[in-house]
Design a protein around this ligand. Structure first.
Ligand code: UDX
Length: 461
């Protein structure tokens, strides 16, 4: 017997299972070094490992993952990336530099790995974040199967297609409130913006790399996206495996900043009484937005657990701009402000009654799998589309009107989700959705079947 620890849980692996594993064949996984992309790729690694494949994760030195929460026979290989620490401030240039700088070291590593493999289990292919389009040339040259992994959803992909068809011309003001013809629950203003020709070229390369892959793996499930599914499949015309929500296969390992004391604080709170607030790993806010959020929370009278990442408030280190009176609420036990939490555990905690989120796709999936209704404040990328799915398609949350960050509007919106009859309806629908997701993950369910088909496809082509 051997064991490893994942999210505080000790997982025991017996030798028989290990032997079956080594019979599976070898896969290389290439994540994009952003939290919202890394987490689902690592969950996919765990899923494929549990299905018998041996796994090497090839990652950048920039934002390298913490291997401690994963089985010891998952290999982590770091490659030089030439990226600077502040690279995350400009996502378009991060993407460009990743694709420029990583091709040579990844190619060298894979060629060396392949030449040392004689007598070992077969090298079955590369699974790469769909944004790392440079992998396509390497896989073609090495004649390897290539699987594009989409960490966000199908509706966003279709949204990107619609935007890029228009070119990078700015959307006219009078068009913003118009519904999108093929996906009428979206408005034109929800579509991803492709403002510069640089980004337009990058998106084109990502779409090409997805279309020309051997197959596509997507962290979603068909029950969530009936509207976009036919257009997604029609555009790709290659096998598509909808295996989400992947975070149900493992817990993200804690980072150095993870504050576990919030769980014991939640243990002292009444069921469904606390609103959890987090805007993910990238969104930043202004000092005045921080103050409006604080007063909106205070006036809502609901208890709160609030994640404020260091340096995520403009011109400040952390929460120094909060008024003294608000800090008193915290000392009086009404709330906690922390730097990072074990989010999957927080959302699964019975004390949580609502989630005020920026509508990142991982946060959205993590919330619906626990039946937690949402208050959405989307900012960029896929977030507006995700917020529309939440509010207009699944009916499990609301979007703050006009994306307002004003204390009165925030107070009213929190009460709509946490107190009003409307919120009780959202909770009921969220619990129904949670059940549907559980069914899809159980034996015979759609995500379970997709993951079994993926295993067969990787092994047999
Ligand atoms: C980014 C984009 O912003 C998002 O829109 C896209 O869908 C994925 O890439 P991010 O902004 O970080 O991601 O949001 P999200 O997708 O929600 O991912 C955040 C991850 O960090 C989640 O898995 C969440 O569980 C985790 N997290 C967040 C924590 O573990 N602790 C925290 O305190 C906050």
């Amino acid at each position: 017997m051997s064991s490893y620890t994942n999210g505080g849980v000790v997982v025991v692996v017996d030798e028989m299972e290990k032997r079956e594993r080594s019979a599976g064949g070898h896969l290389v996984l290439l994540p994009c070094p952003l939290q919202g992309h890394m987490n689902p790729m690592l969950h996919l690694a765990n899923l494929l490992h549990s299905k018998g494949f041996s796994i090497t994760i090839v990652h950048t030195q920039f934002k390298s993952p913490n291997p401690s929460g994963y089985p010891s026979d998952i290999n982590f290989k770091s490659i030089p990336d030439g990226l600077s620490k502040d690279q995350e401030d400009d996502l378009v240039s991060l993407l460009l530099n990743l694709n420029l700088n990583c091709e040579a070291p990844v190619r060298d590593f894979l060629l060396q790995m392949q030449s040392n493999r004689s007598g070992q289990e077969p090298f079955l292919g590369i699974i790469h974040d769909a944004s790392l389009y440079f992998v396509s040339a390497i896989a073609d040259d090495m004649k390897l199967p290539r699987f594009a992994f989409k960490t966000n959803n199908m509706t966003f992909y279709v949204g990107y297609l619609l935007t890029t068809q228009k070119g990078c011309h700015p959307i006219k003001d009078e068009e913003l409130e118009e519904p999108v013809f093929v996906l009428p629950f979206l408005k034109i203003k929800d579509l991803p913006e492709v403002k510069s020709s640089d980004l337009h070229i990058q998106v084109g390369k990502m779409v090409d790399a997805t279309r020309t892959a051997t197959a596509v793996i997507c962290n979603t499930l068909k029950q969530l996206e009936q509207n976009a599914l036919p257009m997604f499949q029609q555009d790709l015309s290659i096998p598509v495996f909808l295996v989400g929500p992947l975070h149900k296969y493992s817990i993200s390992p804690p980072t150095t900043a993870t504050d576990r004391s919030c769980i014991s604080w939640l243990d002292t709170q009444a069921p469904s009484s606390v609103i959890y607030i987090s805007f993910g790993s990238l969104v930043t806010i202004s000092g005045s937005e921080l103050v409006e959020m604080a007063w909106g929370l205070a006036n809502s009278k609901k208890n709160f657990l609030w994640v404020v990442r260091p340096s995520s408030v403009h011109n400040s280190q952390w929460v120094e701009l909060l008024p003294k009176e608000f800090e008193e609420l915290i000392t009086n036990g009404r709330g906690r402000i922390v730097k990072w939490v074990p989010q999957q555990e927080v959302l699964a905690h019975p004390a949580i009654g609502g989630f005020w989120t920026h509508s990142g796709w991982n946060s959205t999936l993590e919330s619906i799998t626990e039946g937690v209704p949402m208050l959405c404040s989307p900012r960029f990328g896929d977030q507006r589309i995700n917020a529309r799915l939440v509010s207009c398609v699944w009916g499990v949350g609301i979007q703050i009107e006009n994306d307002g960050m004003e204390r009165g509007l925030i107070e009213k919106s929190i009460r709509r989700v946490m107190v009003d009859k409307e919120g009780m309806e959202m909770k009921r629908r969220a619990m129904d959705l949670k059940e549907k997701i559980e069914i899809s993950l159980n034996k015979g369910g759609s995500s379970y079947v997709a993951s079994e088909k993926l295993k067969f496809f990787i092994k047999n082509g």
